[in-house]
Ligand binder design. Structure first.
Ligand code: NAD
Ligand code: 0WE
Length: 266
């Protein structure tokens, strides 16, 4: 019970496969109290299921495309936990589907780029603004989820790579801005996992197959492994860590040419 008596707001649950579901599960397992959020009525049912399973205090609407929705959400959080919160989890990413299939230069548009950056990167700053006072009261922390596509190129990740690079820079700027308030800001960079956000991505299966040939651990990672790393960064055990991107990718980012791919070619 690492987090008994601590309070977290978790965004980004859309199904049992969601990374946010596994983070909520890990936080709940360690005794934390939770508020869960959903972006639209379509998703609410799933979040209600999670709320029941993890004994959440509240389920609130929070569409990060709208400042008003974010403000209303955190007003309700403030109403419930007026003396502060210990953490906010941002597990949100979105680009229009047409941006994620095909040649980067061809398929990337101004509108697609704006949406990807707004929902996937700026929204983290927006959540930081809305939760700053509550986090400062208990020296809490912010956590987001990113992906290797911010640094190196993967087929079809396209404008999401730009948005994740922006998100990772925001982790560092927020960490510096909020450090004086005792608030930490970190990210987990997760390896590929089959979630709703991976469905509809052309040849995602193939990506997972190739990934397990490249990683030092010779396998893909699980949602639960991301949940445990997230739990650590959100916990007092990580009190000296801020502005950090922690890879939970079975070592993928450390390898340039894998032994396995050399063997396959012989
Ligand atoms: P997911 O589809 O389960 O989660 C994405 C979430 O974004 C959903 O819950 C969706 O409701 C939410 N969302 C979209 N638009 C929103 C809006 N306007 N307001 C509020 N919420 C909105 O998929 P996931 O893989 O669990 O993704 C969670 C995070 O993890 C994303 O940031 C994603 O980029 C990141 N990530 C995923 C992988 C992977 O391979 N699945 C790897 C690394 C990082
Ligand atoms: O960040 C992500 C998911 C990004 C994502 C996925 C979708 C699918 C549904 C953003 N927006 C949408 N919009 C939709 O309409 N990941 C890290 C998972 C992911 O997505 C990829 C990947 C990987 C890995 C897309 C192409 C290539 C690899």
């Amino acid at each position: 019970m690492l987090l008994q008596g601590q309070r977290f707001v978790v965004t980004g649950i859309a199904s049992k496969l969601s990374i946010a579901w596994a983070i909520a599960e890990a936080l709940h397992r360690e005794g934390a109290s939770l508020i869960l959020t959903y972006p639209s009525d379509k998703i609410k049912k799933r979040v209600d299921m999670a709320a029941e399973q993890f004994d959440a205090d509240l389920v609130l609407e929070c569409d990060v495309a709208s400042d008003e929705s974010i403000e209303t959400c955190f007003a309700a959080v403030r109403e419930h936990w007026g003396d502060g919160i210990d953490g906010v989890v941002h597990a949100i990413g979105f680009a229009p589907m047409d941006q994620l299939n095909g040649d980067f230069t061809e398929v990337t548009t101004r509108e697609g780029s704006q949406i990807a950056h707004d929902i996937s990167a700026y929204s983290f700053v927006a959540l930081a603004k809305a939760s700053r006072d509550l986090l400062a009261m208990r020296h809490g922390s912010l956590l987001t989820l990113t992906y290797e596509g911010s640094i190196s190129v993967l087929p079809n990740y396209n404008v999401m790579g730009m948005a994740k690079a922006s998100l990772e820079a925001s982790v560092r700027y927020l960490a510096t801005s909020l450090g004086a308030d005792g608030i930490r800001v970190n990210a987990v960079s997760a390896g590929p996992i089959r979630t709703l956000a991976a469905s509809g991505i052309k040849s995602f299966r193939k990506m997972l197959d190739i990934n397990e040939k490249i990683t030092p651990l010779q396998r893909n990672i699980t949602q639960a492994e991301v949940g445990n790393a997230a739990l650590f960064l959100l916990s007092p055990w990580a009190s000296g860590i801020t502005g950090e991107i922690l890879f939970v990718d079975a070592g993928f980012n450390t390898v340039a040419i894998s032994e396995q791919l050399m063997l396959d070619d012989e």
